[in-house]
Design a protein around this ligand. Structure first.
Ligand SMILES: CNc1ncnc2c1ncn2[C@@H]1O[C@H](COP(=O)(O)OP(=O)(O)OP(=O)(O)O)[C@@H](O)[C@H]1O
Length: 134
């Protein structure tokens, strides 16, 4: 995981990730972001879910989630993130995005998740959640 140093979710413990660039697939984006943020090359990332975030103001963002169990390199700090290792049995949920508590355990059990979470415009409160998984 990473401790995010700037931008939305600054200070939170989250995952390497970011916005898809022009002419880039979500998979390519996941690989690039892991490289940019923590300096590792992830091997064979597998898609494990799609999460939609809605805000009251109508903004909608879609997050594609990938899981990689192997990588090349040594994780290192960047301008954006401090890499940290966490135990799956002791995830730092108190310092994570609230929705992670819902979908992450499912993903770690091997499920594919499809969730919709509704937030206030300031991202402080989650108003509703709906998840299906297979
Ligand atoms: C609102 N609820 C949320 N719940 C759970 N996780 C969330 C999240 N919102 C953002 N994330 C995480 O943050 C990463 C980058 O998000 P994002 O805002 O695009 O950040 P970032 O500024 O790094 O993007 P760029 O690097 O500039 O493209 C993303 O992969 C994901 O791990």
């Amino acid at each position: 995981m990473i401790k995010k140093k700037r931008g939305l979710g600054e200070g939170l413990i989250t995952f390497p990730g970011g916005k898809v660039e022009e002419n880039e697939t979500p998979l390519e984006c996941a690989i690039r972001e892991a490289e940019e943020e923590v300096g590792i090359k992830i091997i064979n990332p597998k898609k494990v879910g799609v999460i939609t975030f809605k805000q009251i103001n109508g903004n909608v963002q879609v997050m594609h989630v990938y899981l990689a169990t192997e990588f090349i390199g040594l994780s290192k700090e960047s301008d954006e993130a401090i890499p940290i290792w966490v135990s799956r049995n002791d995830l730092p949920f108190k310092n994570m995005w609230i929705d992670d508590r819902i979908w992450l355990p499912l993903v770690l059990e091997g499920k594919y998740v499809n969730c919709v979470f509704e937030f206030t415009d300031d991202w402080k409160f989650m108003i509703s959640s709906l998840c299906e998984f297979t």
